[in-house]
Design a protein around this ligand. Sequence first.
Ligand code: CTP
Length: 447
Amino acid sequence: MTKVITYGTFDLLHYGHQNLLRRAKALGDYLIVGVTSENYDRYRGKLNVQQTLMERVENVRALGLADEIVVEEYEGQKIDDITRRSVDIFAIGSDWVGRFDYLNEYCKVVYLERTKGISSTELRDRRHPLIRLGVVGSGRIANRFIPESKFVSGVTVEGVFNPHLDSAHSFAQRHELAFYSDDYADFLSRVNAVYIASPHETHYDYARQALRAGKHVLCEKPMVFTAAEAEELFALAREKHVILMEAIKTAYCPGFQRLVSCAKSGKIGQIVAVDAAFTKLVPPHMRAIQNRETGGSVTELVTYPLLAAFKLLGYDYEEIRFYSYFGQKGGVDLFSQLHLQYPGAVATAKVGLGVKSEGSLVISGTRGYIYVPAPWWKTEYFELRFENPNEVEKNFYKFSGDGLRYELTEFLSRISKGQMDGCACRLSLGLAEVIEKYRSSDVVKLG
Ligand code: CTP
C-alpha cells in the first residue's frame, strides 16, 4: 500500500484544496491529511485564519478524500508523521517548491501544480472588505507599524498624516504609500481606519475627529490621560458604530494570553502579588524626558506593568500609591514605582526612563509562582516554579517581529465582528484612570 501525506490550513475550503487532495490521493492508496492547529498557525505567523480547527477538519473530512486526518501542531512534526506512519510520498502545492526538499531523506517529495485563481487569502478578503488604513504620525513606532502590517491580511496602509508635510512625504516615500497629507480632514476622507502614533498629547483630538468622521481607530498607548476622555471616546465609537482600540501589543500576543490563563487556572494557587517592571534608558534630549507636561516614565511606560496587574488582579484595587524619582527639579519622573493594594493582594509596577532595572514579571501564588524573564512584555517564555526546585514547568511561545501584527489582527477581527471588546475597553479605562491619578495626586518623591 502506498501512503501519501499532505498538509495545509484548509481555511474556507475551496476547489484549489479539493484539486490538490484529489491529485494527492491519486498518487497512492491511502491519503493522510494534516490540518494545522490554531496554535501552530499563530506560531508560524498565520494570524488571519477564519475557521476553527474543528471546522477545517470537518470540511476536509466531508470531501471524502482523506483516509486519515491528523492535526499538525509543531515545527518538525512532518518528519515524525512520515517516519511513524511509514509514509511513502509527501505531496504539497507548487507554491512550496523547494521548501520541503529536506523530506526527501524520509520519503518521496512531490510538488503538485497549484490551482490558479483561488486561495483562502482571496476568500477571506472577499468576505471582509479591505480596510484602507491611514497612519497618523511618522515617528519611530509608525515606521515599525508598516512592515508589521504586511503580515496581516485584509488591510492596506494607504497614506500618512503629519502636520509637517515634509515628514509625511518622506515617510510615504520610504514605505511606498499611495498618499500623504498635512490636512487631517482630507486624510480622513481617504481612509476607513486610522492608526494613531503621534505624540501622546495629540491622541485624544486625532482620535475624536476620526471617530466623528466614522473611522475605526487603533490608538497608541497611552490613548488618553483621563478617564473622562476614555469614556467620551468609547461612547463616540459606539454611537458611530466603529471600533476604538488601544494598541497594547502584549495584550494580544499568544504567550501573554497563555500566561494569564495559566496564572488564573489555580496552578500556582491564589495570586497574592504581581510585580512587573519595564525600564528603558533614553537620552536626555528625547521627547519622553524633555516634555514636562506629557513625558515621564509613568505616561511613557506604565501601560505594560499595569496590563499585567489588571489582567491578573482586576480593577478593584482599594488604594494606589506612587513613588517617583525626578532627578532634577521640575523634570519628569525618571523612575516610578506604583503600589496597587487589592483585597488580599498587591501589585507593583516599576517603570524608568532614567533608571534601569530587571524587566521581569513575577506572579506570586499560595502554591508557587510564575517567572517571566525580561522582556516579559514580548512573552516568549515563562516558568512555573514551586517549592520543590525539580518541579519546574517551562512554557515556550513565539513572539513574531515587533508584535504589532497581533494588535492589528485583533483590531481587524473586531472591525469584521462589528463589536468592541468590553475587556479591552475596561483596560483602557483602567489605564487612563491611573495616569490621571498620577498626574493629579500626591506622589512620594524619592530624594
Ligand atoms: N493549494 C492549491 N491550490 C490553491 C490553493 C492551495 O493547490 N489554489 C494547496 C496548497 O499548495 C497546499 C494546500 O492546498 O498544498 C493547502 O493550502 P493552504 O495554505 O491551506 O491554502 P491557501 O489557499 O494557499 O491558503 P492561504 O491563502 O491562507 O495561503
